[in-house]
Design a protein. Structure first.
Length: 600
């Protein structure tokens, strides 16, 4: 089927806007490729330093010119999503040797969990950890001894940071290897209900702890469709994983076989091969558009509205909120995965998963089939991985959903448009995820109640002050103010108030990510309050209107945006728990509309 003309027009618009920066980027890659495999240019002393710890591979590295794989890993054993990576390097090295090549762990990058730091001081470093990860991975790759690269990472900021680094070394063929989701625990609705009961004092802390441990119980990513699993979807839609790799659980023969196959594949596309595929050629306009389509079709995390522009900019491509909005208007919502439904990602995968979705979207002309990927072109990703002995065999993914309560075709979707809407008006620009919001709540008009942190909201809730219809304005939560932490601590309170029949919404320059759920939330509002944006000018009682149907965010009170911007003391955000080390990041951060990055 022909590509939808609107998708073509959006892609062409992005390419035209990015022409100069993309052209400069491709010239940089071409110059690096002309230099040939990097370690051949090192001095003998430099090579000796690089190979001294390589054990049985030392002689091969010193005397032969077989490809050498650099492995960058986000392994740590306190986070379930990254714990499985402990065994990957040995398997990668073994498979590389079998292919006559070598592999070395080039370096590690930090991997923090927003679930652990939620509501804690460390959350104020979470978003900027993406930039740290990018720089740490660049340091690892800077030794210039690698002909190909494997990146091991999963969660919220880790994959975007690794993509930025991979794009910076765009001449090096690269495959991303995931760890997969943990097996399913208690249902997400059970977990959410216990959280709401705890917020109202109807559940004990012991009950809450038991519920959380039953939900997060083993190695692998959390099974709800938040930022971590949205990242995994994205890597498949953009062609950086192997087909069908995203949602295979850890510790299984198929998971190990996919890791081994990823190692073989990166050697097949390494420098000097007939299939040489620099990662910078994969990360083109079509790849990012395909990723945006996947984001909308699956109802993915709003954090990717921050990450995708930063990732794209590293490859010379400029994305805007208009691109997100236009693709959301074009692409139907095909999946219902918690918090947008009852199913988790394991149920989604069993129903047909990404292979089914990609195949169906290709048939509808809503993806670029000729996009360059690590497996050839995107049509390879309409397959699923099966175990054949100890190797992977790919076969066509189902062409019909195996559970239409979880997964539907584009011709009969859950919603005719994707789950994301751009908002603009006299309060600035922002986004709202509406895939889980009841249509009756797409428009909320109510008096504003102003807060400058989550704790103040909790205090007002406990005091019984939050009656009637309210639009909560939680400001000074942007990247320049305090690093733009997620505000998940508000979700149980807002859900309780909404359940009581109140009309409530959130307006913030902070984040709510992929778990923003059923309460209307205008997030990432820019300019942020710390930059004197209009959100810093409104007061308690001003009438605010959030209209997700028409994409507007406005204060209706006369003269509200003409007042002086409120100034607050942000010194409490400046130190403690390492925050003092991130002052440069806060000062340099670009607006949320440009990815909130500090390194471009």
């Amino acid at each position: 089927m022909a590509i939808h003309p609107t998708l073509t027009a959006i892609t062409d618009r992005i390419a035209e806007r990015s022409h100069d920066s993309r052209d400069a980027y491709l010239k940089k890659i071409a110059n690096a490729v002309e230099d040939g495999p990097r370690r051949a240019h090192l001095s003998c002393s430099g090579q000796a330093h690089a190979y001294a710890g390589a054990g049985v591979d030392q002689a091969k590295l010193a005397t032969e010119r077989a490809p050498n794989i650099g492995v960058v890993t986000a392994y740590n054993d306190m986070l379930s999503a990254h714990a499985p990576f402990a065994t990957y390097p040995d398997l990668i090295k073994q498979v590389a040797r079998e292919q006559g090549a070598t592999a070395q762990v080039a370096g590690g990058v930090p991997a923090m969990c927003d679930g652990v730091t939620q509501g804690e001081t460390g959350m104020e470093m979470s978003l900027f950890s993406r930039d740290v990860i990018a720089m740490a991975a660049a340091v690892a790759m800077s030794h210039n001894t690698f002909d190909a690269a494997l990146y091991l990472g999963v969660c919220d900021k880790i994959v975007p940071g690794l993509i930025i680094a991979a794009a910076s070394f765009g001449h090096i063929p690269t495959v991303f290897l995931p760890a997969g989701p943990m097996t399913s625990g208690i249902t997400n609705d059970e977990k959410a209900e216990t959280r709401k009961r705890f917020a109202t004092g109807d559940a004990t802390r012991e009950e809450l702890m038991a519920s959380e441990m039953a939900a997060y119980h083993g190695p692998g990513t959390c099974t709800f469709y938040g930022t971590a699993n949205t990242n995994q979807m994205l890597m498949e839609f953009m062609g950086l994983h192997l087909p069908g790799a995203s949602f295979v659980t850890p510790g299984t023969p198929l998971r190990d076989a996919l890791t081994a196959e990823g190692t073989r594949r990166v050697l097949e596309i390494a420098h000097g091969t007939d299939q040489f595929t620099p990662v910078g050629h994969v990360l083109d306009e079509k790849a990012f558009v395909n990723g945006l389509v996947g984001l909308m079709a699956t109802g993915g995390s709003t954090n990717l509205v921050l990450h995708l522009p930063a990732m794209a900019r590293a490859a010379g491509i400029i994305l805007t909120l208009e691109d997100f909005a236009d693709i959301s208007a074009l692409v139907p919502l095909m999946a219902r995965v918690y918090p947008n439904g009852l199913a988790d990602v394991n149920h989604f995968h069993a129903a047909g998963g990404l292979g089914y979705m990609i195949g169906n979207l290709l048939e509808e002309g809503l993806l670029h089939p000729d996009a360059t990927t690590n497996a050839g072109d995107l049509t390879a990703y309409a397959q699923e991985a099966k175990l054949d002995g100890d190797r992977v065999r790919w076969e066509p993914a189902p062409r019909a959903s195996l559970n239409d309560k979880i997964l539907r075709p584009a011709s009969d979707p859950f919603q005719k448009t994707g789950g994301l809407q751009q908002l603009s008006g006299n309060l600035g620009q922002g986004v709202i995820k509406i895939s889980a919001v009841d249509p009756e709540r797409h428009v909320i008009e109510a008096p504003a109640r102003i807060f400058h942190d989550q704790e103040s909201v909790k205090t007002a809730f406990k005091a019984g002050e939050l009656t009637g219809d309210i639009i909560f304005v939680v400001r000074f939560q942007g990247p320049r103010a305090n690093g733009m932490p997620e505000l998940h601590g508000l979700t149980p309170i807002l859900s309780v108030l909404q359940g009581r029949g109140q009309q409530v919404a959130l307006v913030t320059d902070g984040r709510m990510s992929g778990a923003s759920g059923k309460v209307p939330a205008a997030i990432h509002v820019a300019p942020e309050a710390a930059d004197g944006g209009p959100i810093a000018r409104i007061r308690d009682g001003d009438i605010v209107r959030l209209d997700a149907t028409n994409g507007t965010l406005e204060v209706l009170t006369d003269g509200a945006t003409d007042r002086p911007a409120v100034q607050v003391d942000l010194s409490d955000n400046a130190d403690g728990c390492g925050r003092e080390l991130f002052e440069t990041f806060r000062r340099a951060a670009r607006p949320a509309t440009e990815g909130a990055t500090s390194i471009f």
